[in-house]
Design a protein around this ligand. Structure first.
Ligand SMILES: CC(C)(COP(=O)(O)OP(=O)(O)OC[C@H]1O[C@@H](n2cnc3c(N)ncnc32)[C@H](O)[C@@H]1OP(=O)(O)O)[C@@H](O)C(=O)NCCC(=O)NCCS
Length: 217
């Protein structure tokens, strides 16, 4: 049976990892990537077709699936607005999971979410729509991630942690059990979260503290 065609939106580092996942997963035919800035050969085995203006034409040609190929280094908003734009154009955003990730059958994964190699999502965890659970991150039992949450590589979320929409958890961060990270908050790389982090705030260090100057919105 013919596989459904999928276009990758973005052709940088995050997209390169996703292209690998799509190939290993085998359910979709990756027709190429769109990225106004990238050279045609940016991703091995995946041609860059041109800029984002091609998307409506690709949809009309019958390509119905897309993946947000843009990562995040602190701000999750660009990923979310791209997901919204793709859905408005009519694309479906399937969840993409590396075959080397472990996701409990008692966990839930929202559409458009992406789970990289070596990540673990344990029973009772809920991962909302359009999240990224990056390489080797651990989402312990009963954690709840909202929409568009970005979990950096190797971050460790203990049981029952709640992370609200659009929050960013940096590489190697550790969140103690039951802590709450508010909407669009940022947990810095390597931080250890021992207290709840309010919405929109940046938490840095061990134990994590909120520096006096707030993160610009
Ligand atoms: C917290 C963070 C967003 C700050 O970025 P920024 O606003 O550009 O800040 P700067 O790099 O200018 O650093 C500002 C200060 O904070 C310190 N700092 C930055 N990141 C820090 C961190 N993770 N832990 C402790 N201190 C940190 C810097 O040393 C600097 O201190 P100084 O003023 O005494 O020199 C960023 O460093 C970070 O942790 N990003 C997450 C990266 C990540 O997880 N990437 C994975 C992508 S897949």
């Amino acid at each position: 049976m013919k596989k459904p065609a999928l276009v990758l939106v973005g052709a940088g580092g995050h997209a390169k990892v996703l292209a690998d996942i799509i190939r290993l997963d085998g359910r979709y035919d990756l027709v190429g990537a769109v990225d106004p800035a990238a050279p045609r050969t940016a991703i091995p085995g995946c041609r860059v077709l041109g800029g984002d203006e091609l998307l409506p034409r690709l949809f009309r040609r019958g390509i119905r699936h897309a993946a947000v190929g843009v990562g995040s280094i602190k701000d999750t908003a660009p990923r979310l607005s791209l997901a919204t734009r793709l859905r408005r154009l009519g694309f479906k955003l399937p969840a993409l999971v590396h075959p080397g990730a472990v996701i409990s059958d008692q966990a839930r994964l929202g559409e458009g979410s992406q789970v990289m190699a070596g990540a673990i999502v344990n029973p009772g965890a809920v991962v909302g729509r359009d999240c990224v659970v990056n390489t080797a991150a651990v989402i312990e039992h009963d954690c709840v991630l909202g929409e568009g949450v970005f979990i950096g590589p190797g971050a460790l979320l203990s049981g029952g942690v709640i992370v609200d929409d659009g929050a960013f958890i940096g590489i190697g961060a550790v969140l103690l059990q039951g802590k709450h990270v508010g909407r669009r908050a940022l947990v810095a790389a390597g931080a250890v979260v021992t207290r709840d982090i309010p919405a929109g705030k940046t938490a840095v260090g061990v134990p994590a503290r909120i520096p006096r100057r707030a993160r610009p919105a």
